[in-house]
Design a protein around this ligand. Sequence first.
Ligand code: GCU
Length: 358
Amino acid sequence: MKQLIRKSYMITILIALLGSLVFLDACGSKPGTVAVLMEEDAIAPVAEGYENVTPDYIFTYAENQNEDYPTTQGAREFARLVNEKSQGRIRVRVYANAQLGDEASAVQQVQYGGIDFVRASLAAITDYSEETIVLMMPYLYQSPGHMWKVLDGEIGQEVMNSFTGSGLVPLAWYDAGVRSFYTRKPVSSIKGMKGLKIRVQPSSLMEDLVEELGAGAVPINYEDVYDALQTGTVDGAENNWSSYEAMDHYKVAPYFLADEHSRTPELQLASEQTMQQLSAQDRQMIRECAQESAVLERELWQETEESSRQKVLDEGCREISLSDEEKQKFKDAVRPLYEQYCGGYMEFIHRIEALGVQ
Ligand code: GCU
């Protein structure tokens, strides 16, 4: 057991060393003075009554949002529940703010077993299951309720099952609201998108979506978007209200065009290698803790989405609404992506659409 703890420490240190070597290289510091990711850098809740229990396992969890963000709160709750239900045998250390690397590399590390858990946007995991792309198609859901009917039902389960053999084990769906564009200068129509450089997640669907709207797509990691907006490397980006606020993007791109193009859900995932080390009972317990943490995350999401919107509007951002007619132009422009990306999955799409009209 002690060996497992040691393995977890070693991996964390290795990741930290690699990260800090790159950092130090960029800063021109002398080799030999490397910073190591410390336990204090993580959120590592211990459940009441288990403070003095020495754990058999210490796992790492990667999160690219800040400590207060709803998904990080969900991760904190997951870690606390796992510690409580394992009676102190398992601890989970949550590293927020992308300390364990950008989203795509964190997911890759989870696949290899270097990191034990991650919460990721579907845009970052389409390479591990083709079916995920269906769930992030633009203008797919009529409402948040429609999306949850899909994710909590058979289709959500089928998509989770499609990860079998990928190295990733999906645990629970997390909410991430709806994504819209925001820009440095006001845009109020599809025509206004023409020629703009828009930051997108590193995802070919998101690149093509922006290009169908007449803009140029610039894939950039989440952590680097603020700088890209501030320096004018891009004219705009797209995300939900909570990220727009949490990452200060509203300070450098104050015009929020509420076109609501994508409702991209997120998944909490475990490494298959990590799960294989555990007993069937512990695996089941981990799944239940994840599901329970998702209930909290979804509640927090709704509060944060509205409070973030209110905060940025109070601070002087402008929300630009679209008429139904103008929004339809956005929908029509991106519709060809369905054939392009979901040709083999149109039956899936029809089942999802049918759930929206019930
Ligand atoms: C959302 C999501 C992140 C993702 C980010 C992005 O904020 O929660 O996981 O990295 O979008 O646009 O890259």
